[in-house]
Design a protein. Structure first.
Length: 589
């Protein structure tokens, strides 16, 4: 691994072509393959921009969804290969892309140190040989893909179900599997046994005779237990998990999956203590399954652990790498303020750069029924409020990727759609609810927003790709950590910040990553208590009591951790004390 960080998936459109912007510098990033309409339109844009012929894949074509995704990923692969080929041929002149490649690397990198040594060499044959060795050593960043495992809509043709292989998640996986990429699929948002089983249909996910795997599996997880359960399920099919991508439950962008009160520090401590035993256990299971397929390997393939969600400083980044022994970190939301890396339209960029902490909040806006990190000033949120005020809540449902509700219809519809919200509000109005309860429930219904269009709009606006009468309202889902970044940055500045070459937050007062997450969980607990105040069952009381107990144990873990660390321990212990007092004051019984 050349870099010790990656750029995770950012919504739908925000990182849809990030590999074309950063892979040539050895930086890995993740592309969402939920939306085949988006990949097809981006393929048309970048094909024409490269001076190539674009051949569309219409919806009338058999297996069009998988074919569109495959074609787009192949285009990314080919264009990055061309970009990288140009870099390899360049002279080591000041300001060249090949020099930029090495200058972006962390100072601890052996390749960066080799580059620095080369600069000290006098002109001549030895310097040229050194440069050629450096050219051979560089690698492009990975073009990884993300599939939200449970975003797996069933598809119909003339009211007939088209079969399990054509559900959204399976078709997306098939597109990746058929592509030329040698990279990883990141499986997130919970376990989907049907999808996990389907992976075993493709040879590229199994090791070759040398133990190499062309297409790797990465699990995005929120705790050790879920990681082990999912990895065992895959191992029994001979599928190896090459990386566990640990993400903070609440201190992250996009959809948020709150744990049962388990905090990031204790979770990483468990991975640190058990990773070797887990690797050995998984390899024994996987090796046995592979032997039944006549695949024989004696050494376990590489298995890494990374962490992401709320990392904001080089000090935090280094601490996570060194203390917990993780192999890499993920930096997502801050890259939304790096125009040369991600797709944020000019208006939204200005809003993000000037946003306050209170502008980022945890919402119920997602039609999936999962908590969603939202931005109060987004044009999608303003459009939603305007529609409610006009008595026309909900969105036209054009893409239908998040249709999962059959409360009123035979086939699933989306809870953000105008159809569903109209039917649901009618149902609530006919119920025997008090005025206050009715208002509360209607507000819950109308809080949903269209993510299928909203998370693509910014990319279309940036590239001036909007179709006539197409909705241009932008939905965006940064993590709360973005509140501390208040400017637009170059790629060099953000990467330099990650590696401690400069400090973009030197004048900013910001809580430690662990304290910030603890505070988010305390706020979450308080909100849960308020929501269940009138209907507080014994089961819910017990659950929230255990939740609080886990937070208390996490806070005690942090007190011990910070006490053992001399650097900045005083300030962190002070922050922790304030949070602990707030937690102690919460009464669950």
């Amino acid at each position: 691994m050349l870099h010790t960080f990656h750029i995770p998936v950012l919504g739908l459109g925000y990182s849809i072509d990030t590999p074309l912007k950063v892979a040539r510098y050895g930086i890995s990033s993740v592309v969402s393959i939920v939306d085949d309409e988006l990949t097809e339109r981006m393929r048309a844009y970048h094909t024409k921009k490269a001076g190539l012929e674009f051949v569309p894949i219409p919806k009338s074509q058999t297996d069009y969804r998988a074919r569109r995704i495959e074609a787009y990923l192949n285009l990314l692969n080919d264009l990055v290969a061309v970009q990288f080929g140009f870099i390899r041929q360049q002279k080591f002149d000041s300001g060249s892309d090949i020099c930029r490649y090495f200058e972006l690397l962390p100072d601890c990198s052996a390749l960066k140190q080799g580059y620095d040594l080369m600069l000290d060499y006098p002109e001549g044959t030895s310097r040229q040989v050194f440069q050629n060795r450096l050219r051979e050593a560089i690698r492009a960043g990975a073009i990884d893909v993300n599939i939200m495992a449970k975003v797996d809509k069933m598809n119909y043709l003339d009211d007939e179900f088209t079969g399990d292989a054509n559900t959204d998640a399976l078709a997306a996986l098939r597109g990746f599997a058929m592509s030329k990429l040698s990279s990883s699929v990141i499986l997130s948002a919970g376990m989907n046994p049907k999808l996990y089983t389907y992976i075993a249909s493709f040879n590229d996910f199994f090791p070759d005779e040398k133990g190499s795997i062309k297409k790797k599996i990465i699990l995005k997880v929120s705790d050790f237990r879920s990681a082990l359960i999912q990895a065992k399920f895959l191992a029994k099919k001979g599928l190896w998990v090459s990386e566990f991508r640990v993400e903070s439950g609440l201190n992250c962008g996009g959809h948020a999956f709150a744990t049962e009160g388990y905090l990031l520090g204790p979770i990483l401590e468990e991975f640190k203590a058990k990773r070797v035993a887990m690797r050995n256990e998984l390899f024994e299971i996987c090796q046995s399954a592979l032997q039944q397929k006549n695949i024989f390997i004696n050494i376990a393939p590489k298995q890494t652990i990374s962490v992401q969600g709320g990392i904001g400083t080089a000090h935090e980044n280094d601490f996570l790498l060194k203390y917990y022994g993780v192999d890499a970190t993920g930096w997502g939301s801050p890259f939304l303020l790096v125009p040369e890396a991600t797709n944020v339209d000019a208006t939204t960029l200005a809003q993000l750069a000037n946003a306050k902490d209170s502008d980022f909040y945890l919402s119920s806006a997602s039609p999936l029924g999962i908590l969603f990190n939202n931005f109060r000033n987004s044009s999608a949120e303003k459009q939603r409020q305007l529609r409610v005020e006009k008595g026309r809540p909900g969105s036209p449902c054009t893409k239908k990727y998040l249709c999962n509700n059959t409360e009123f219809t035979a086939q699933p519809i989306c809870t953000a759609s105008r159809e569903y919200q109209h039917l649901k509000i009618q149902s609530l109005q006919s119920s025997a609810l008090s005025n206050d309860e009715l208002r509360t429930q209607i507000d819950t219904v109308t809080e949903k927003i269209c993510l299928c269009e909203g998370l693509c709009s910014s990319a279309y606006l940036k590239y001036n790709m909007n179709k006539p009468k197409e909705n241009t309202a932008v939905a965006i889902c940064p993590g709360p950590n973005l509140a501390y970044f208040s400017d637009l940055y170059s790629l060099d500045e953000m990467v330099g910040h990650i590696y401690g070459k400069l400090d973009l937050l030197s004048e900013v007062e910001r809580p430690h990553i662990f304290i910030k997450e603890l505070n988010l969980y305390i706020d979450y607990l308080q909100k849960e208590l308020q929501q269940h105040l009138q209907h507080f069952s014994d089961k819910k009381r017990k659950q929230l009591g255990q939740f609080k107990q886990q937070l208390l144990e996490g806070a005690n873990y942090y007190r011990t951790l910070f006490t053992d660390l001399t650097e900045q321990a005083t300030e962190q212990l002070k922050e922790l004390g304030i949070s602990k007092s707030k937690l102690d004051a919460i009464i669950v019984d």
